[in-house]
Design a protein around this ligand. Sequence first.
Ligand code: 5GP
Ligand code: MG
Length: 368
Amino acid sequence: MIKLHDKYFESYISANKLNTTIAKMAQLVYKECADEIPLFVGILNGSFMFAADFVRAYPGQCEISFVKLASYQGTESAGKVKKLVGLSEDVTNRTVIILEDIIDTGTTLEEIYTIFRHKKLKQLKIATLLYKPDVYKKGLHIDYIGLHVPDKFVVGYGLDYNGLGRNLSDIFTLTKPTMTNIVLFGPPGAGKGTQADVLKDKYALKHISTGDVFRYNIKNETPLGNLAKSYMDKGDLVPDEVTINMLKQEVERHKDANGFIFDGFPRTEDQAKALDTFLAEKGATINGMVALEVPEDLLVERLLKRGETSGRPDDQDESKIRNRFNEYQNKTAILKDYYAQQGKYYGIDGVGSIEEITERLTKVFDKL
Ligand code: 5GP
Ligand code: MG
């Protein structure tokens, strides 16, 4: 699974399969025009890899040239083809064999036929690596077809998605992440734990509380737990990498989960990026960052009240509480921007009864 821009792709045709397909095509073309020197014409940009591998596999002498046409924008065929670079060779009396990466609607192919219509060729043949029979609308003849593909957007091996993916050796196809992963945020005292408990059951998600994961690993003296403890004992911060590995392990322990609620992680942009990379490998992504927003004064009040009964010393000193709150604001501001830029930030009013807040969270979770 790979990510290009905003979309996910999974391998669909292996480099090996492409290789054998192209070797067969080259042999077949050679058999049918062995007594002359064909001019292969690759249609740029998409066909540059196919053209290169095709002529390398071609057993006889040949020439190769390129024209540049473009019709796609994003993942949709734009319907109109623009010629960007034309052919400079004299093609009179020649056998010209077009090398196309993919034939989709056939609009590009039509343009190719138009370009060569008035040139006095000996013959024009079309070879395409990929062909979408369900989409092809033109009756124009195609001489050589490598592989049939369904009506799906593909990238790789020369084909791009908005410029990216051309350098991939396999052909990939569009896919959708299957898990729902949510980063739950909120300052100390915002009621994250309470809400996570309700939401994990309602949406069958696994709640990963970073604090719990740490305590579990340290208590059970796992290798990562021991490593983390060695830093903590020295009074050092646990490096991101250790934290990330602990969370990865936790995700791997729940292979069949529908998704995760991450609580207390990520805390830095580096961690957020590491989490994205890790999830992308699993065909998943962070669907949203949901943040409980509570005014500072109200939180201070709540925490002081909690301190009266909990006995937690850090809940009893107002300046310490405000410090924690500031730290939270400073750190999460960066992450808020990180997720907001991807359109994934959801701020939730965290003032009200538990049920009222759950209700607000549910509205967002339903969308994700
Ligand atoms: P057509 O003109 O036949 O609709 O489309 C042909 C051109 O559109 C191809 O040469 C290629 O550049 C682009 N194209 C068609 N289908 C796909 C696809 O699934 N993925 C990508 N990346 N490009 C495609
Ligand atoms: Mg093309």
